[in-house]
Design a binder for this molecule. Structure first.
Ligand code: KG4
Ligand code: ZN
Length: 348
């Protein structure tokens, strides 16, 4: 609707430079520039390389978003930007750009939390989020379970990874299987031709003694090591490594733990909506298993389309739009980039 506010969102917390434009819950533009290929040979994101890439990409990406939406900066009602958590240098580029545009065009600016934005993006596809909801956010940089009581004012962390993020585990296992970076998509593809029960890989923090202290926490580093040992043993024996079976069995271990804990969180808290977000939420097995298990308890799963699961500017615009609609005050123009921004802070 034309009378809803027009919000522009800027995302630069990791390796994607994103500028999204939304009106209410309607997505008008989602421009993206990625430096992922520059990091591929290192097997992970190199912060300094990411910052430079953002610096080069931010202005053209901004222009592309405005052109696609058919609007000018003067038409925009507010600018939202990821203020954290993320890579310090990378965040700074987005925050500085947002301040510059806000000052030049005399627009309010909202410094927002990247994780809350991963939750908010689903509203662009499925409309307003029923609250409370449980959110499972899984990407290369984070793996968290949150209780979303009120997306505008605060979310409650229920658990998080105690070592590697889920996406990081996909990336590391892909590397040892000789698959390209980022590892999630090729593992997802290979797994389709493999057997998920071929190899019994460990499910971290699911034993009764671990559940007492880590009911909603995750651990993927033991799983990664178990895959490495298994592959090494095959290689030492001079036998070929069955990549599809390893990929499928590894993927099953990750998805089993993620869905079991997410659904347990919903049941414990009497919550009927589970939202998935972050790059790993693009995983086909995670989506299917979450749907299948949630259905048993009458829990509704909401997952945005894969392009909205990975980092983008639309998610930041979506959260900005939600904050504006909820009447939350904008940030001060001297808002800092905070690489360790706590989950409980939705906007600064
Ligand atoms: O949200 P995102 O784009 O950036 C971060 O904030 O990290 O997530 C990137 C992560 C990578 O680790 C990538 O391997 C993983 O998401 N990923 C996937 C899939 N697509 C991307 N993991 C599993 N299956 C996928 N289909
Ligand atoms: Zn992310």
């Amino acid at each position: 609707m034309a009378d809803e506010p027009l919000i522009l969102g800027i995302e630069t917390s990791c390796d994607e430079t994103g500028v999204g434009i939304v009106r209410g819950h309607t997505l008008l533009a989602d421009a993206l520039a990625s430096s992922v290929e520059e990091h591929a040979r290192f097997g992970g994101v190199v912060p300094e390389v990411a910052s430079r890439a953002h610096l080069e990409a931010i202005v053209p990406t901004m222009r592309r978003a405005l052109d696609t939406a058919g609007v000018t900066l003067a038409d925009v009602d507010a600018i939202a930007v990821t203020a954290g958590p993320g890579l310090a240098g990378a965040l700074l580029v987005g925050v500085a750009a947002a301040k510059g545009y806000a000052l030049a065009a005399e627009k309010p600016v909202y410094g927002v939390n990247h994780l809350a934005a991963h939750v908010a993006v689903d509203t662009l596809e499925h409309g307003p989020l029923p609250e409370p909801a449980v959110a499972l956010l899984v990407s290369g940089g984070h793996s968290s379970l949150l209780l979303v009581d009120n997306l505008a004012t605060g979310v409650t962390p229920l658990g998080a990874t105690i070592d590697d993020a889920a996406g990081e585990a996909f990336d590391k296992v892909a590397r040892l299987l000789g698959l390209p970076f980022p590892g999630g998509p090729p593992i997802d593809r290979e797994a389709r031709n493999g057997a998920a029960d071929a190899i019994a890989f460990p499910r971290g923090l699911t034993a009764p003694k671990d559940l007492a202290a880590h009911r909603f926490d995750f651990s993927f580093s033991g799983l990664k090591t178990a895959v490495a040992r298994w592959v090494e043993a095959r290689q030492r024996a001079g036998e070929p490594v069955p990549v599809p079976d390893v990929a499928a069995s590894f993927q099953e271990a990750v998805c089993d733990v993620l869905t079991t804990k997410a659904i347990r969180a919903c049941r414990d808290r009497g919550v009927e909506t589970l939202v998935l977000g972050g790059g790993v939420a693009a995983n086909s097995r995670l989506r299917a298993l979450a749907e299948e298990r949630a259905a048993r308890y009458g829990i509704r799963v909401r997952v945005p389309r894969p392009k909205l699961c990975t980092d983008n500017g639309a998610m930041v615009a979506a959260l900005g739009s939600h904050l504006v609609a909820a009447g939350v005050a904008p940030s001060r123009l001297d808002l800092p980039a905070d690489s360790a921004m706590p989950l409980t802070t939705v906007s600064v």
